[in-house]
Design a protein around this ligand. Structure first.
Ligand code: FE
Length: 208
């Protein structure tokens, strides 16, 4: 089995002015595509060729060999990017609707405190990586991971992610990562997708 680049769930320009069409063309059509093409090359002729993306990530997470390490990185980046596209909506951002609002209030005190926590964790993350809202046991937690890492392989359920690699924001925001994170929080989060993930959390296996 070889993997294919999943189409964006909206047109390339749909997230403007917060993320430009050009950024989406490069990020989805070039960067995401390249991770998938590299993954396909790496798994060809190995037992991973028959596995799902989730299975590949779990099985290579300990990165026993350099080959496993490369497979993990490209599988992780393939998974994380697909999840990122679904974390975004042209009509997103701001406070979540009920009943998700209650879950956020209970976990963080208020939506404003959640927003502050997410901005702090994402802003403080050093280097390339991802900021996440995850379900850890029964608890909603904000965390970040480096490079291609994904909380899934640590037994947590990803609910939302923000790409912190420079390619995600450099064309539109240059070095102002905090402005990109603010745009993500205030205008782009697809809370409907987060709610759907949370509802299905016990059965979640696949990326969507
Ligand atoms: Fe990216």
């Amino acid at each position: 089995m070889s993997f294919e680049l999943p189409p964006l769930p909206y047109p390339h320009e749909a997230l403007e002015p917060h993320i430009s069409r050009r950024t989406m063309e490069l990020h989805h059509d070039q960067h995401h595509q390249k991770y998938i093409a590299t993954l396909n090359d790496l798994i060809q002729g190995t037992p991973y060729a028959e596995a799902t993306l989730d299975q590949i990530m779990r099985q290579t997470a300990s990165r026993r060999s350099q080959h496993d390490h490369a497979i993990f990185n490209n599988a992780g980046q393939s998974w994380n990017h697909t999840f990122f596209w679904h974390s975004l909506s042209p009509d997103g951002g701001g406070a979540p609707p009920a009943p998700l609002a209650d879950r956020i209030d209970n976990a963080f005190g208020s939506y404003d405190q959640f927003r502050e926590r997410f901005a702090e964790v994402a802003g403080a993350h050093f280097g390339s990586g991802w900021a996440w809202l995850v379900l850890d046991g029964n608890k909603l937690v904000v965390t970040s991971t480096s490079d291609a890492q994904n909380p899934l392989v640590k037994g947590k359920v990803p609910l939302l992610t923000c790409d912190l690699w420079e390619h995600a924001y450099y064309l539109d925001y240059q070095n102002r990562r905090e402005d990109f994170i603010a745009a993500f929080l205030d205008h782009l989060i697809d809370w409907q997708h987060v709610g759907m993930r949370l509802e299905r959390a016990p059965q979640l296996e696949e990326v969507r």
